[in-house]
Design a protein around this ligand. Structure first.
Ligand code: ASC
Length: 127
């Protein structure tokens, strides 16, 4: 679906921006700065779950960029494992959101953030 590398870059950057938005807006609840509302977290986690599946189709060969490092294509198994770490962490957060157990949600939320960071540490240029 991408005819030019730039289209793949724009697609994945747009999705990552949305992922960061929908992940980040739960931060204040996790830090106890905003009241926990079960339905609100569930609705947001549902959006995050949909978004989490999207970026990975947008890394075709030949689309290394300012942010996407060559190791993505040199180490496809590692990159795939990093994706799966993230998507499975989001699936666990979704299950936790359904329980309504805030302590479990906080733990799962932390694991999602750690999976973002561990992939970015290896495959993403530091901003
Ligand atoms: C974000 C974002 C990331 C992650 C990461 C979590 O909101 O843009 O890359 O969280 O900072 O450690």
């Amino acid at each position: 679906q991408f005819t030019k590398p730039k289209q793949a870059e724009e697609y994945r950057e747009a999705v990552m921006t949305l992922i960061s938005s929908h992940f980040g807006r739960m931060g204040p609840v996790m830090k106890g700065q905003k009241p926990y509302d079960k339905a609100e977290i569930q609705a947001n986690v549902a959006i995050l779950s949909t978004l989490a599946a999207l970026p990975w189709q947008a890394f075709p060969e030949g689309t290394q960029s300012e942010y996407a490092l060559a190791d993505i294509w040199k180490d496809p198994a590692g990159f795939k494992a990093a994706q799966e770490k993230f998507t499975s962490a989001v699936a666990k957060l979704s299950a936790a959101a359904d329980t309504g157990d805030l302590e479990q949600i906080k733990k799962s939320y932390g694991a999602v953030g750690a999976s973002c960071k561990s992939c970015h540490d290896v495959y993403h240029e530091k901003k």
